[in-house]
Design a protein around this ligand. Sequence first.
Ligand code: NAD
Ligand code: DAU
Length: 358
Amino acid sequence: MIFLTGAAGFIGANFVHHWLGTQTEPVLVLDALTYAGNLESLASVQGDARYAFAHVDIGDRPAVAALLAAHRPRAILHFAAESHVDRSIHGPGDFIRTNVQGTFELLEATRAYWAALPAGDQAAFRFLHVSTDEVYGSLGTEDPAFTETTPYAPNSPYSASKAASDHLVRAWHHTYGLPVLTTNCSNNYGPYQFPEKLIPLMIHNALAGKPLPVYGDGQNVRDWLYVEDHCRAIARVLDAGALGETYNVGGHNEVKNLDVVHTLCDLLDRLRPRTDGQSYRRQIAFVADRPGHDRRYAIDADKIARELGWTPQETFTTGLARTVQWYLDHAEWVEHVTSGAYRQWVGQQYGAVAAVQA
Ligand code: NAD
Ligand code: DAU
């Protein structure tokens, strides 16, 4: 089986669905269920015998060690993190605790487990660290895209904490020989994304008749990748990535924030028109910029294409249309997040959780 940390969150939950839809191997999700962890995103796999959940903080080394000893995974995919840049500006402490200290504790628990494995299992074991393009800093308009050798230059507490975690993972490979892989991916979008990130926030606010808050001049550029393409990339790196290597993952899809918002408005105008016949664009409101706002990210994903044969399957047009339709079809999921009701799901599900906590 494989362990997935943080897979009650956006990308991890999508990974669970992707994995169980394409593989037979069981998964154990390890998640602390912070505000970003939502077991409703995993509700459809609750009855699947290949899925189990453990309510655990990655910083709790003894608890993680006990799970490793009990379940003996052949790989750990490390999604768990504090992930929202704006939250990191208001409260960086949680980012240091989870992304830096938590990754350290997880690495140490993993190292002890891995070191005691029989030689064959040790050689086959993998620790895959899921990271971000934000560790490379900000690009000017004409700069070439980030490659795996671009120097690290993180600018926010979030990206600094992720950069630190990348360095720890790298060091545990070089010093202790832990068989690690790292992926650095661009902005994801798709189902189950917490509606405080740009795309789900805009969809939610538009439908709720609220302003669509665009930071600064709206000209910041992000490289958008449909989340299932990211999941395919992670599965491919786990399968065939070279030990100690990093792989950039991106959509070859740079878009200015204001253009993202315009496209979303146009899609909603078609799929769920406003009752007054006006465009959702009328709700756009320019607001104060994010402090230290990175201007542009762009990923050069040639290495993973060349060496592992991965390229994105979804275009921004098809991926965004699917995403908007998903949010329209899953109004209850969004409502439970925005009302806070999704937290009660944890209570309802504690029978299953306790069963795995051993
Ligand atoms: P998310 O915020 O949606 O989910 C994070 C998950 O981690 C939640 O389920 C949360 O409960 C869990 N978690 C947080 N602290 C924990 C702890 N101490 N112990 C155990 N679980 C904990 O994040 P996401 O957008 O799904 O991102 C997943 C990973 O991918 C992160 O490492 C992030 O840095 C990286 N990433 C995200 C993007 C993106 O666009 N969202 C892009 C590239 C990389
Ligand atoms: O690049 C990968 C990163 O992408 C991940 O590592 C992060 O975990 C993920 O949250 C995301 O970070 P961003 O800061 O780029 O995502 P966010 O959705 O918060 O913002 C996207 C862009 O939209 C950014 O330029 C800020 C802008 N924005 C965001 C919000 C929430 C707005 O203009 N208005 C908003 O209300």
